[in-house]
Design a binder for this molecule. Structure first.
Ligand SMILES: Nc1nc2c(c(=O)[nH]1)N[C@H]1C(S)=C(S)[C@@H](COP(=O)(O)O)O[C@H]1N2
Ligand SMILES: [Mo]
Length: 251
């Protein structure tokens, strides 16, 4: 009888371990490297405090359709307009065919590497959320986003137990990552729809990330590739930290 009880408990534990449990069962996430930057050392303090103090699944505020505002598309350059650049050329080609040939590799430390078309992504159970985007430049805007929870895609790919980060590569050359707390957060979605329409190129077509528990620049546009990794990767000292962008900007 005891054995039966244990078996049942194990079975329940195994079921739960597929998503949220993924985090709890793991070693703590290592702090990102500082590359000798004082700024990054300070960010690490904020990061450690947020992770220690705040509940993991707590949701960012969601709004009603009546609260949707105009939404600027600033600061980013359509990757197709960058010339003499292989990735930009590829984006231009994909855009010409309405992203029919666009595929999103989900690879790295996963049991089942994926290569997802937009049609594949639409087969996942969708999530729609109306949230406020906060740009580090001082403006905010509210929009409705429709997409697939990143957690569902990661679950389909089967994240290996040693993995700690999810790395994003974009068609405008960005490399950045999230820890698993933010990657598996229910409001972290891969969005292909904005305000009830297809995501426009200016806002990151065909697919962008929405990370509602961080400042707007973590919501990467023009997604090209997702890599599940054991180790931290944000493009290194030559990446965005060089320009003063913090890795963790929890709100
Ligand atoms: N690939 C990519 N994603 C990006 C950026 C970028 O330059 N490249 N800029 C970020 C910043 S600073 C902001 S404020 C938002 C802007 O999103 P929007 O163009 O939809 O307003 O995208 C974020 N995602
Ligand atoms: Mo921004």
């Amino acid at each position: 009888m005891d054995t039966k009880l244990i078996t049942r408990r194990r079975a329940i534990a195994a079921g739960v371990a597929s998503l949220g449990g993924l985090i709890l069962a793991r070693r703590p996430t290592p702090l990102p490297p500082t590359y000798g930057s004082l700024l990054r050392a300070g960010d690490n303090l904020t990061y450690a405090a947020h992770r220690a103090l705040f509940p993991r699944g707590s949701l960012a505020r969601e709004y009603s359709a009546a609260e949707i505002t105009p939404f600027p598309a600033v600061g980013t350059i359509n990757p197709a307009t960058s010339v003499n650049n292989e990735v930009g050329d590829r984006y231009r080609e994909l855009q010409r065919h309405a992203f029919a040939e666009w595929r999103l590799p989900v690879e790295g430390r996963v049991g089942r590497p994926l290569s997802l078309s937009l049609a594949d992504l639409r087969r996942f159970r969708p999530r729609t959320q109306i949230t406020r985007h906060t740009c580090e430049e001082g403006w905010t805007a509210i929009a409705q986003w429709t997409g697939v929870p990143l957690a569902a895609v990661l679950d389909a790919a089967g994240v290996l137990p040693s993995a700690r980060f999810v790395v994003f590569h974009t068609y405008d050359g960005l490399v950045d990552c999230l820890d698993l707390v933010d990657a598996l957060h229910p409001q972290t979605i891969l969005a292909c729809g904005m305000n009830g329409r297809e995501l426009p190129v200016a806002h990151g077509a065909p697919l962008r990330l929405r990370v509602e528990r961080q400042i707007g620049y973590k919501s990467h546009k023009y997604l090209r590739r997702i890599v599940v990794a054991d180790d931290f990767d944000d493009g290194g000292a030559e990446g965005d930290i060089r320009n003063g962008w913090a890795w963790y900007t929890g709100i």
